[in-house]
Write a protein that binds this ligand. Sequence first.
Ligand SMILES: Cc1cc2nc3c(=O)[nH]c(=O)nc-3n(C[C@H](O)[C@H](O)[C@H](O)COP(=O)(O)OP(=O)(O)OC[C@H]3O[C@@H](n4cnc5c(N)ncnc54)[C@H](O)[C@@H]3O)c2cc1C
Length: 392
Amino acid sequence: MAWDPLSDEQRELRELVRTLARERIGPRAAEIDESHEFPWDVVELFREHGIFGLFFAEGDGGLGTGTLLSLVAIEEVSRVCATSGLILAVQELGSLGLKLAGSEELRAAWLPRLAAGEVLAAYALTESESGSDSAAMRTTARRDGDEYVLDGSKRFITNAGVAGLYTVFAKTDPGGGHHGISAFLVEADTPGFEVSRLEPKLGISGSTTGELVFSGARVPVANRLGEEGTGFRLAMRILDRSRPGVAAQALGIAQGATDYALDYARTRETMGRPIAAHQLIAGKLADMETKTEAARGLLYRFGRMVDEGAGDAELTKASAMAKLYCGDVAMEVTTEAVQILGGYGYIKEYPVERFMRDAKVTQIYEGTQEIQRLVIAREMLREQRTVLFAVV
Ligand SMILES: Cc1cc2nc3c(=O)[nH]c(=O)nc-3n(C[C@H](O)[C@H](O)[C@H](O)COP(=O)(O)OP(=O)(O)OC[C@H]3O[C@@H](n4cnc5c(N)ncnc54)[C@H](O)[C@@H]3O)c2cc1C
């Protein structure tokens, strides 16, 4: 039996998610991709089986089964459908602000509903002029008595139009740089807030990606997450914990593509033999498997670090490395899977072209691969290392 880092209880829950993915989500995946429609039936399936609860502590209405298992759940679903895997990853992304900085009242009001999947969440940081340079945002939140008044817009927001609750970052002190940003919970039906458009995309087509517009949207002061001016730090702490969700999505895509290509290579014959018996194809399969397993090692290590109580300072680099490597592996492996299927890889009847299109975004969102490299190098430069040979 293959080595498995999961406990018996974790394996049972993985088996539940795997079965749902194989039997219920997989058969819908091509249709979700083609229709470009948000799969509410998958949300319902997750609700019925308590899958959203994997992302929440017991005290907040969840299962309290920890970070490693939550990543495994995203991976398992993404093996068949990256759009559906993203629903889980974004429920975590959009809830993390509340978990890390929400008041007791806000947590009690929202976390159990998020854990049940009754409400979907979103995270709104990016704007048209500020993606990687998120501190350059222009959306403002002006204090007016017991409320803040939000004006501006956010771009490329996952779950736009389907989320009931948005974590929104805005400038409370426009001249204050990183320290002038604050975070707020904004309910979907807040007057002055609307989703102005949804973007057609290369992949993850069933997921909504949209523009949010705030025109004098009033949000109670009680909906602020943490102190005024701490929003940028919170946004980064959230990303440290959520990027591995993207890594898990990428890993699932890579595993799904590897499994499919392997099966195909076993049965497709050229020159009198299965293509898997040709060394050039066998070499590709071996590289795909090795890279996917190495990516899993980095991702699961992150999950175990969180479950064993690692602090913020330790998570930043581990999270960025998992996201960087899993995303790059997903892109490489899915491209090779298309190659292994030859002409069949390029047509929509086979799932590998969808895997390849879906993989690309994992190199872009929640911080591009270039930004992950900057983060990793910055953390390396901060570390005190024992150098075996002194630099002369
Ligand atoms: C499908 C989808 C869903 C998304 N969902 C969300 C969401 O839910 N919430 C949210 O807030 N955002 C979301 N985003 C936005 C995403 O996080 C940004 O697109 C991403 O961070 C990059 O920002 P940008 O598009 O403005 O690119 P830019 O920042 O303009 O970058 C352009 C290029 O320059 C590179 N670059 C930029 N700065 C540097 C630098 N200093 N050094 C080296 N290279 C650099 C980048 O890596 C990239 O290759 C989503 C995006 C997509 C496509």
